[in-house]
Design a protein around this ligand. Structure first.
Ligand SMILES: Nc1ncnc2c1ncn2[C@@H]1O[C@H](COP(=O)(O)OP(=O)(O)OP(=O)(O)O)[C@@H](O)[C@H]1O
Ligand SMILES: [Mg+2]
Length: 472
C-alpha cells in the first residue's frame, strides 16, 4: 500500500516526457518511459504498473490500439489517454475501448495529477485484497471484471479519498458491505476506526443508545455509561448498514448529528464533537420510502452525496466463472480439497441461473456443491443438488403445477422467497421444454417447432435448465 505507485508513460514527444516525468516524480510516483506503442504494450504486459498514461499519436501501435490490446490483457490496469488531435469522439472511443479516462491537451498539471491519483486508487482497489472483520484475519478480493464492476471500481477511485458521504445501494448479497470496507480502506481515514452497525438487526429502542451512547441512569437498565458507535468512530468511518430500516425517530437524531457534527449521549448534557465519515447501505427503495413518509428526504440527501448502485449478479453474468473459481479456492482450502475442479457444463449451468440472492447465494451454492462432489470434479448434477438445497420449494417431478403454486405462495407468505412468479414461470417452462425435447428425442429443431420458439431460444433455455443442450 505504501510503496510508491508506478506509472508507465508512453509518449514520443521529448518535451512532454520531461515535464510529465518531473511533475509525477515530484508527487512521489515512480515513472517509466516508453517512446512507442509496441514497446509500451510489451512493457505494460510484463511489469506491474499501477497506471499507464499514453498519448494517442504514437509511432507503431497508436494510443487507441494500445488501450484496446492492453485492456484485453490487463482489464484492471487503468489507462489514461492524452489526446490533442481529438475531438471528444476519440476520447469517448478510448473510454469505450477500456481507457480509464482521458485528458484533452493542453491540460493543467493539477488535472493530470487528480486523474492519476484516482486511477491509482482504483487500480489498487482492484488488485489489493479488502480487509474483512476487525482482526483483519480474513482478507478478500473484490472479484469481477465486468464493465458494470469496472465502473464501480472507477467510482470508488473517485470518491474514496473525498470527504463525502456514500450511499451504497443494491439487492441483497451484491457486496454492499465488501464495497463499504473497500472505500474505507482506500480513504485517508484508513488508520482510524471503521465501525459497522446493522440498523435492521437492532431493536428500535436500543439503536439510539447503540449509535449515540447513554449516560448512567438515562433509562431503566442503563446501569453504566455507554460510549456509542459514533464516538467510537471519531475521526474514522461509520458504516450504517440497512439504513432504510431506521425508524423516523432515529432518523431525526441522526440528521441532527450529521448536521451539527456533535452529539449528546442519551440522558447526557455534554455536547461531544464527532468527526465521522458516513457510509450507508440499503437494499430498500428509498425514494418509495420517502413517498410513504417512512424515510426523511433531508436525511436522504445528506447521506447520498455519492451513490453507488451495485449491479445484481444476473446483470453481470460474465463475472460468474471467476467468482466460482474464487469461492472454490476459498472453500477448497477450508475443506482440505486441493485444486477443486469443475466441469465446464456445470459452470455454464451456474451462469444461466437467475441468482436472486446474488453473490452471497452463489457463494453458498459453491460451498454446497464442493461438499457434494467430495473431491471429484463438480458436475451439473452436483450443482443441481446444491441448488435444490438452497432453495425454498422446488418442483419435484410428478408434483402438479397447481400443488407447486400452492407451496410457492405459502413460502412467499412466510417471507421465505421473493420471486414466486419467476419460479412458477420457470417451472412451467421447464416442464414443457423437457417434455418436448424428450418426445423429439433430442432433436432441437423439431422441439423448437412444436413449441413455437426459435432454436436459439430453445438452446438458451436448455442451458438455463441444465438439460444437456449438446445431445442432438
Ligand atoms: N465482487 C465480489 N467478490 C468477491 N466476493 C464477493 C463479491 N461481492 C460479494 N461477495 C461476497 O458475498 C457475500 C455477500 O456480500 P456482502 O455481505 O457484502 O453483501 P450485501 O450486499 O451487504 O448483502 P446483504 O444485503 O444481504 O447484507 C460476502 O461473503 C462477500 O464477501
Ligand atoms: Mg450487508
Amino acid at each position: 500500500m505504501n510503496q510508491s505507485p508506478k506509472i508507465l508513460l508512453v509518449e514520443d514527444d521529448a518535451a512532454i516526457v520531461t515535464t510529465l516525468r518531473r511533475v509525477l516524480a515530484d508527487e512521489g510516483y515512480e515513472v517509466a518511459i516508453e517512446k512507442n506503442g509496441d514497446a509500451g504494450l510489451a512493457r505494460a504486459k510484463d511489469d506491474s504498473f499501477d497506471v499507464v498514461i499514453t498519448d494517442l499519436k504514437l509511432p507503431g501501435l497508436n494510443g487507441l490500439e494500445l488501450v484496446r490490446e492492453l485492456h484485453a490483457i490487463r482489464p484492471r490496469l487503468p489507462i489514461l489517454m492524452m489526446t490533442a488531435h481529438g475531438t471528444t469522439e476519440t476520447a469517448i472511443e478510448a473510454t469505450q475501448s477500456g481507457a480509464y479516462d482521458y485528458l484533452l491537451k493542453p491540460f493543467e498539471m493539477p488535472e493530470l495529477l487528480k486523474l492519476v491519483e484516482q486511477a491509482v486508487a482504483a487500480s489498487r482497489l482492484m488488485t489489493e485484497p479488502v480487509q474483512l472483520g476487525d482482526a483483519g484475519k480474513s482478507r478478500l478480493a473484490i472479484v469481477g471484471n465486468s464493465r458494470a464492476m469496472q465502473s464501480i471500481y472507477k467510482e470508488i477511485g473517485r470518491i474514496a479519498a473525498k470527504p463525502v458521504t456514500v450511499m451504497i445501494r443494491g439487492e441483497t448479497g451484491t457486496g454492499k458491505e465488501l464495497i463499504a470496507r473497500a472505500i474505507y480502506q482506500h480513504s485517508d481515514r484508513v488508520n482510524a476506526p471503521f465501525v459497522a452497525i446493522n440498523c435492521a438487526a437492532i431493536p428500535e429502542t436500543l439503536l439510539e443508545s447503540e449509535l449515540f451512547g447513554h449516560e448512567r441512569g438515562a433509562f431503566t437498565g442503563a446501569e453504566s455509561r455507554r460510549i456509542g458507535r459514533f464516538e467510537q468512530a471519531d475521526h474514522g468511518t461509520i458504516f450504517l448498514d440497512e439504513i432504510g430500516d431506521m425508524t423516523p425517530g432515529t432518523q431525526v437524531k441522526l440528521m441532527r448529528v450529521l448536521q451539527e457534527k456533535n452529539l449528546q449521549r442519551l440522558g447526557g448534557k455534554e455536547t461531544i464533537p464527532v468527526d465521522v465519515r458516513v457510509i450507508a447501505a440499503t437494499h430498500r427503495d428509498l425514494e418509495a420510502a420517502i413517498q410513504k413518509n417512512q424515510f426523511r428526504e433531508d436525511l436522504y440527501y445528506r447521506i447520498s452525496v455519492a451513490v453507488l448502485n451495485l449491479p445484481p449478479l444476473r446483470e453481470r453474468k460474465e463475472d460468474i466463472p471467476e467468482l466460482i473459481r474464487f469461492f472454490l479456492q476459498k472453500y477448497g482450502a477450508e475443506f482440505g480439497v486441493e485444486n477443486p475442479a469443475i466441469h465446464p457444463d456445470a459452470v455454464e449451468f451456474l451462469q444461466a441461473q437467475p441468482w436472486p440472492g446474488n453473490v452471497r447465494e452463489l457463494e453458498n451454492v459453491t460451498r454446497k456443491m464442493l461438499l457434494a462432489a467430495q473431491s471429484y470434479t463438480i458436475s451439473v448434477e452436483h450443482v443441481r443438488s446444491a441448488l435444490a438445497k438452497t432453495g425454498p420449494p422446488t418442483a419435484d417431478t410428478g408434483k402438479t403445477l397447481q400443488a407447486f403454486a400452492e407451496e410457492l405462495i405459502a413460502a412467499a407468505q412466510r417471507g421465505e422467497l421473493a420471486d414466486a412468479h419467476a419460479r412458477m414461470h420457470e417451472t412451467a417452462e421447464r416442464a414443457i421444454i423437457s417434455r418436448a425435447i424428450e418426445l423429439a428425442q433430442g432433436n432441437q429443431a423439431r422441439a423448437a417447432r412444436w413449441l413455437g420458439i426459435s432454436r436459439l431460444t430453445l438452446r438458451e433455455k436448455l442451458i438455463q435448465f441444465g438439460l444437456h443442450p449438446n445431445q442432438e
